[in-house]
Design a protein around this ligand. Structure first.
Ligand code: 4AZ
Length: 259
């Protein structure tokens, strides 16, 4: 089984191209907010960035449950339209009106790591649609996905001042399950390179991983960053489309009951 996996992985990595080391997410490159207007970051009430998010409707921001749990809306800011964290003149920083957390959420590595922040006013930035159950093909091993965020650019390094992006292929569920015993294939997928080098990292959680103009996943967890055989783990969003639609599509001032 292990041999077969190694073979399958090697083939995938050849077809995906080798992971170039260290440009300066880990091993990524700069991304513009104009090309990714739905990418947002979350800060605490002192302005310190700690997670990412995605605008999925004019008044709704999707993030990871583990980014929102235990925080009150007053302690949170959604910063949209700002590529450079220090550029306070560009974009907006808003306090969410309320927070919805998936009712089954316990911990990131147990699944259901999704939350929706509802805003009082519509954001003037284009939302990104969530992948649906019918988008199964986007989760096939080898599919190239693009992850974005302002997280650390090395495992023990600082978070990024600028929005970064990295392209990583979806890995076979069998590989993710072998490397992470707690991996739940119905709720998660993993993406990256067997060699490591390119990955999301702390501070990227809650942020988008995208393909074909759709939000395929939410950055969720992993062991360290860009380590060999320890790919990033993402929320398999198609699985949550049914749970999320009533929340995301609700009229701006309806919902959101806390769990
Ligand atoms: C984190 O702690 C985190 N390498 C995000 C992504 C990954 C690991 C940890 C994936 O936010």
């Amino acid at each position: 089984m292990r041999r077969l996996l190694v073979l399958v992985l090697s083939a995938l990595m050849v077809s995906a191209g080798t992971a170039a080391a260290s440009e300066q997410v880990v091993g990524g490159e700069r991304a513009s907010i104009e090309a990714n207007p739905w990418a947002v970051f979350l800060t605490d009430d002192r302005g310190a960035q700690f997670c990412g998010g995605t605008i999925v409707a004019p008044t709704k921001v999707l993030t990871a449950a583990h980014c929102a749990v235990g925080r009150s809306p007053a302690e949170l800011r959604v910063v949209a339209g700002r590529e450079d964290k220090l550029d306070r003149a560009t974009g907006v920083s808003v306090v969410p009106a309320d927070i919805w957390i998936h009712r089954q959420y316990i911990a990131a590595d147990e699944g259901e790591d999704v939350a929706v922040l509802r805003l009082k006013k519509a954001l003037p930035y284009t939302p990104l649609p969530i992948a649906e159950l019918s988008d199964r093909v986007l989760y096939q091993p080898g599919t190239q996905l693009r992850a974005l965020g302002w997280g650390r650019t090395s495992e023990n390094g600082k978070t990024s001042r600028y929005l970064m992006q990295a392209t990583v292929p979806v890995l076979p569920d069998a590989f993710c399950a072998e490397t992470y015993p707690q991996f739940v294939k119905t709720d998660m997928f993993c993406a990256g390179y067997q060699d490591g080098k390119i990955d999301t990292c702390q501070g990227d959680s809650g942020g988008p991983i995208v393909a074909e103009g759709k939000l395929v996943g939410v950055t969720s967890w992993g062991e360290g960053c860009a380590r060999k055989d320890k790919p990033g783990v993402y929320v398999r969003l198609s699985r949550y489309a049914k749970d999320l639609h009533p929340i995301v599509d609700a009229a701006p001032d309806l919902i959101t009951s806390a769990r």
